[in-house]
Design a protein around this ligand. Structure first.
Ligand SMILES: *Cc1c(COP(=O)(O)O)cnc(C)c1O
Length: 430
C-alpha cells in the first residue's frame, strides 16, 4: 500500500495527519469526511510555487465546485487563492471566506439574469460563454451604470485522455466559443459600451494525467491572443483553467507533478507572450489537485455477505461519494482498524443505497472484515461531499477539519428534520 505523506499506519491503524482515523470515527460517528488542512496548504504551495518560480505573474483561482465547504475556502483564501465560481452560491462562499471580488472569475455556460446582475453588482469578472450572454451582460451592466471586465471562454477543440463526462474542451462540448467564432465575439464586445474584453479563458477537462494537452491548450490560447492584438485588444490575463489529475491508483498510475505541469505549460506560454510583446497574467484554476488527497471518507461496515462474491456493506454509498458510480472512478480503500493485517480476500465495498450501482470499490483485496470495522476511502476531497445528495432520504454526513492536533467539525451531520424542513404541505392535503 502506497500512502501519501500525510497518511500513515501506526499500531495497525490508519492515521491522517496527527490523528487516528478509528478514534475520529468513534468520536464524530460515521460516515465521516475528514480533511487535513495542512495538506491543502502544502498542495497550494507546491502548485503555486512551481508556476511562480517560472513566471511571477501567476494567479491561482481555486475551482470552487471541487469542495464547497466554507472552511476549505477560508484555508485557500488565506493562502492568497482566488476562485473560479459557477453560481451565486459559490460567489457567496468565496466572498464569505474573504476572497476579494477581483480575485474571482464567474464561469459557466448557462448563467441566469440574476447571475449576471450579481457579477455586475459585486464587480466580478465574467467568463462569457456566448454572444447571447455577452449582450445580456452588457445590458445588465448598462442598467447598473457599470462596466464589466470579461474574458471569453474559448473552445479549443482538444481531445484529452480522461473520462468523457469530464472532458470539457472537445469541439462538441457545451462549453465555450469555437476558435472560428471567437474573434467575432471579441469584436462585438469591443463595440459594446459596458463590457471590457481583457482576458482569454479556457478549461480542457478534469483528471488529466498527461501534460501535453495543457501545452497544446496554451498554444491555442497564444494564437487567440495574437488575433486579439490585431484587433486592438491586449489581453491582461490568459486563464488556462484546471484539470491536472492525481494518481488515484498510486500503485500503478503515474501522475505529472506540479513541476512537470509547470515545465510543460510555462515555457510555451513565455515563448508565446514574448513573441507577441505582451506580459499578461497567467491564471490557473486547479480544483482536484488542491483538495482531493487532503480528505478521507470514513465508513463503517454494517455487515459482510458472501454470495456470488463477498460484499462489505458499509454506511456510505453514492449518496456521499458518487464518483465511482458516475465516472467509474477508482478510490483506494483501506481497512482503517486493520491497516497492517494481511490481505485475506476480495471484497466489493458496497453502500446502503437501493441501487445495484452503489459500489464504492470493486473486487479489492482486503484483510478479513467484520461488522464494525472502519473502511477509509482515500482521495475523497474533490467532487466528494460536493456532489453528495440526500438520495434514499439519507441525511448527509458530517465533515471534520484537522490542523495539527486539533480536530473540529466544519459541517455537522444533517438530521431527519433537515430532510423535511424545506418541504411544504400543499393546502389540499390534510
Ligand atoms: C471544474 C473546473 C475546473 C477545475 O477542474 P479540476 O479538474 O478540479 O482541476 C477549473 N475550471 C473550470 C472552468 C472548471 O469547470
Amino acid at each position: 500500500m502506497i500512502l501519501p505523506s500525510h497518511l500513515s499506519v501506526r499500531n495497525g491503524r490508519l492515521r491522517i495527519g496527527e490523528h487516528d482515523t478509528v478514534d475520529l470515527a468513534d468520536r464524530f460517528g460515521t460516515p465521516l469526511y475528514v480533511t487535513d488542512e495542512e495538506r491543502i496548504q502544502d498542495n497550494f504551495r507546491r502548485l503555486s510555487g512551481a508556476l511562480t518560480a517560472r513566471y511571477p505573474k501567476v494567479r491561482v483561482l481555486y475551482a470552487a465546485k471541487a469542495n464547497g465547504n466554507l472552511a476549505v475556502f477560508r484555508t485557500l483564501a488565506s493562502m492568497g487563492a482566488g476562485a473560479d465560481v459557477f453560481s451565486a452560491g459559490e460567489v457567496a462562499l468565496a466572498l464569505a471566506a474573504g476572497m476579494p471580488p477581483a480575485s474571482l472569475l464567474f464561469n459557466g455556460s448557462s448563467k441566469t439574469p440574476a447571475d449576471l446582475a450579481l457579477a455586475v453588482e459585486k464587480g466580478i469578472r465574467v467568463s462569457v460563454d456566448s454572444p447571447d450572454e455577452l449582450r445580456q451582460l452588457d445590458a445588465a451592466a448598462g442598467e447598473a451604470g457599470k462596466t464589466v471586465d470579461i474574458a471569453f471562454r474559448v473552445n479549443p477543440a482538444i481531445d484529452v485522455p480522461t473520462h468523457p463526462k469530464i472532458a470539457t474542451g472537445l469541439a462538441t462540448s457545451k462549453f465555450g466559443i469555437p476558435a472560428g467564432q471567437i474573434l467575432h465575439a471579441y469584436r462585438e464586445a469591443l463595440s459594446l459600451e459596458h463590457t471590457n474584453p481583457i482576458g482569454i479563458h479556457c478549461h480542457i477537462g478534469s483528471q488529466i494525467l498527461a501534460v501535453e494537452p495543457f501545452a497544446h491548450e496554451v498554444r491555442v490560447l497564444i494564437d487567440v491572443a495574437r488575433d486579439l492584438i490585431d484587433i486592438g485588444v491586449e489581453p491582461s490575463f490568459i486563464d488556462i483553467g484546471g484539470g491536472l489529475g492525481i494518481p488515484y491508483r498510486r500503485e500503478t498510475e503515474r501522475a505529472p507533478t506540479p513541476e512537470d505541469y509547470a515545465e510543460a505549460v510555462v515555457p510555451v506560454f513565455l515563448r508565446g507572450i514574448r513573441e507577441l510583446g505582451i506580459e499578461p497574467e497567467l491564471w490557473v484554476e486547479p480544483g482536484r489537485w488542491l483538495v482531493a488527497d487532503s480528505t478521507v471518507l470514513l465508513t463503517r461496515v454494517n455487515s459482510v455477505k458472501t454470495a456470488h462474491k463477498t460484499f462489505a456493506n458499509v454506511d456510505a454509498g453514492f449518496n456521499l461519494l458518487v464518483r465511482p458510480t458516475m465516472y467509474d472512478a477508482y478510490h483506494e480503500v483501506v481497512a482503517a482498524n486493520k491497516a497492517d493485517a494481511p490481505a485475506a480476500r476480495e471484497y466489493s465495498v458496497t453502500g446502503p443505497i437501493c441501487e445495484t450501482g452503489d459500489i464504492l470499490a470493486k473486487d479489492r483485496l482486503l484483510p478479513e472484515l467484520a461488522a464494525g470495522d472502519i473502511i477509509a476511502v482515500l482521495d475523497a476531497g474533490a467532487y466528494g461531499f460536493a456532489m453528495s445528495s440526500q438520495y434514499n432520504s439519507r441525511p448527509r454526513c458530517a465533515e471534520v477539519l484537522l490542523a495539527g492536533k486539533k480536530a473540529a467539525l466544519m459541517r455537522r451531520a444533517e438530521t431527519i428534520d433537515d430532510l423535511t424542513a424545506p418541504m411544504v404541505r400543499p393546502s389540499w392535503q390534510a
